[in-house]
Design a protein around this ligand. Structure first.
Ligand code: NAD
Length: 246
């Protein structure tokens, strides 16, 4: 699954799943533009890639801000000449039951998770359509498929990413640009580290494979979708959830 000569942008890659994806793509030979909300966060992962002999550029970006996303793509092209791969991974949660959910918590989650994916996808589409090649992967979530109490904003954003994936897949297919989604189950990262022991145990009972996933479980699926092995797959939603939702 060599990605030699390719250029990838991975959003939200300072830690967790995004970091694992950035490292995996770099290990296969891609030059990776690592983005995060802080320069230090992005630089941490970019330094790891460089230390392993790869090529990386760290960029501070808030994906919900159009001008910052436009600047990101300009910087990526200036540094590496093109963009072949986009992984929309940046995401946040602001959980709460519907009746208590504040408008700003709804807006913040939709702005980063869904509008951020739209912002980046639109910029990538301009470059990839012209090049007649591209791979876009959206990191959605199992709860975007099945719902979850206390996460109406997050689940709506992640379900929205699936609609975005399928629509853009149809629009860009003739240009040889594939657009797919992965839907991780519960994965061991900072996002899930605050779960109580009790919640963790009850989650594990709902997962046929009996364990939470790792960031590398997700990065492997993303690598497959951006590789030549997946050249004829588009508009697909790939579940990576240990069997939790089928
Ligand atoms: P994390 O909180 O560890 O990392 C999130 C990353 O997103 C960080 O690098 C952060 O800097 C970045 N980010 C946050 N807001 C941003 C913004 N406005 N602009 C740019 N970057 C921003 O999360 P994680 O667990 O690694 O999750 C990564 C993705 O996977 C998210 O989209 C999340 O919704 C999804 N996901 C996670 C799980 C899980 O169980 N951890 C399950 C399903 C889906």
């Amino acid at each position: 699954m060599s990605l030699n000569g390719q250029v990838a942008i991975v959003t939200g890659a300072s830690r967790g799943i995004g970091r694992a994806i950035a490292l995996k793509l770099a290990l296969q030979g891609a030059a990776v533009v690592v983005t995060a909300t802080t320069k230090e966060g992005a630089a941490r992962t970019a330094d790891e890639i460089a230390a392993a002999g790869g090529r990386a550029l760290a960029v501070k970006v808030d994906v919900s801000v159009v001008s910052e996303v436009e600047a990101l793509f300009k910087e990526a092209v200036a540094a590496f000449g093109k963009v072949d791969i986009l992984v929309n991974n940046a995401g946040i949660t602001k959980d709460g039951l519907l009746l208590r959910m504040k408008e700003e918590d709804w807006d913040a989650v939709l702005d980063v998770n869904l509008k951020g994916s739209f912002n980046c996808t639109r910029e990538a589409a301009k470059i990839m359509s012209k090049a007649r090649y591209g791979r876009i992967v959206n990191v959605s979530s199992v709860v975007g498929e099945m719902g979850n109490p206390g996460q109406a904003n997050y689940c709506a954003s992640k379900a929205g990413m699936i609609g975005l994936t399928k629509s853009v897949a149809r629009e860009l297919a003739r240009r040889n640009v594939t657009v797919n989604a992965v839907t991780p189950g519960f994965i061991e990262t900072d996002m899930t580290s605050e779960l109580s022991e009790k919640t963790r145990e009850s989650l594990q009972e709902q997962i046929p494979m009996g364990r939470l996933g790792s960031a590398d479980d997700i990065s492997g699926a993303v690598l497959f979708l951006v590789s030549d092995a997946a050249a004829y797959i588009t508009g697909h939603v790939l579940s990576v959830n240990g069997g939790m939702y089928m």
